[in-house]
Design a protein around this ligand. Structure first.
Ligand code: NAP
Length: 295
């Protein structure tokens, strides 16, 4: 067995992402020799102990991080500023502070200025997830074959970046570094906008008059169903993602609305070539994803 990457890994937040990391860490013991979990509620921590996915739990994040050589924030990004404020004075010199948040400029804005001298801040984002949340929803293969993007600020200690990269490789991920602003634009189109559309289409369907709404649910298999899976995601997490990637999300939404208008015009004026071309493009994008094993 390989030497653990860290001595003590502290996970703050043990929902889908945190509990998946915890499960991998406990199963293979290659991520860390010891796993400590912290969350917002004692009920979650009790469940973590029942599931046996941490060695120890601690409700107070400031106490949880004591003596850690790696702290990973796995809570909704809107909670990061207050969490960073609470833990910063208790981080040991040399500790690696990382995270899994879906937005990266906001994390650097909220956490960066609070990181004490001698602590290495390596923001990260595993591009893996499901619509489920909470400590029961995690599983050890979640990150297998998926990308994990790191956005270390300039001048970050290379050894700390390498340790975080190694942790994610041991979770089964491919790792790449990226500028935080670029990350947020890419994620706005591949993840945040699709979620916005899914939440919106469910709202649109729900606002239909009674009879039509019932038919929507009855015949959902015709496409609507796929949107409902995405729309089943955690409300707090997504509220925080939208509010913390505001600019990029609004830019992608504006582009999308222009393209949707163009499609509407083609439908209105009966332009079969335009419609066919767009559908063809959709198919070819799907095929590329399958070839890249990201489908
Ligand atoms: P989740 O399943 O809803 O779990 C959130 C966890 O954070 C829970 O353990 C919760 O504790 C804890 N928490 C919430 N507020 C907290 C606070 N103020 N202090 C300490 N702990 C707090 O969420 P998730 O899906 O794992 O997402 C976690 C992070 O990963 C988010 O930043 C998200 O953007 C990112 N992410 C999510 C996905 C995805 O698809 N879900 C993918 C990649 C990255 P309680 O249970 O006690 O409330």
């Amino acid at each position: 067995m390989a030497e653990p990457v860290f001595r003590r890994l502290v996970l703050i937040g043990v929902g889908l992402i945190g509990s998946s990391v915890a499960r991998i860490a406990m199963e293979k013991r290659e991520l860390a020799a010891e796993v400590v979990a912290s969350a917002r509620t004692q009920a979650t921590l009790d469940r973590v102990m029942e599931l046996g996915i941490a060695d120890r739990v601690e409700l107070d994040p400031a106490k949880a991080v004591e003596g850690a050589d790696c702290v990973m924030l796995c809570a909704p990004v809107g909670a990061y500023a207050a969490l960073a404020q609470a833990i910063a004075p208790h981080l040991a010199p040399g500790c690696v502070l990382t995270d899994v948040g879906s937005t990266k400029q906001s994390v650097i804005r909220d956490v960066g200025p609070l990181v004490p001298e001698g602590v290495h801040f390596v923001p990260a984002h595993p591009l893996a997830g499901t619509e489920y949340s909470g400590p029961d929803s995690g599983f050890t293969t979640l990150f297998q074959g998926r990308w994990c993007l790191l956005t270390p600020p300039p001048g970050t200690d290379a050894a700390a970046v390498e340790k975080v990269s190694e942790l994610w490789r041991r979770c089964g991920s491919m790792v790449e570094s990226m500028e935080p602003a670029h990350h947020d634009r890419v994620l706005a189109i591949v993840s945040h906008l699709p979620h916005l559309i899914a939440f919106t289409i469910c709202g649109t369907a729900d606002a239909l008059e009674d009879e039509s709404r019932q038919q929507v649910l009855k015949f959902a298999a015709s496409g609507f169903r796929d949107f409902t899976r995405i729309a089943a995601s955690d409300p707090v997490m997504w509220r925080d993602v939208f509010l913390n990637n505001r600019e990029a999300l609004l830019e992608m939404l504006a582009r999308f609305m222009e393209d949707a208008q163009a499609m509407a015009r083609a439908v209105r004026w009966g332009d079969p070539t335009y419609i066919e071309d767009r559908v063809r493009l959709g198919r070819s994008i799907r095929r590329s994803l399958i070839e890249l094993k990201q489908a």
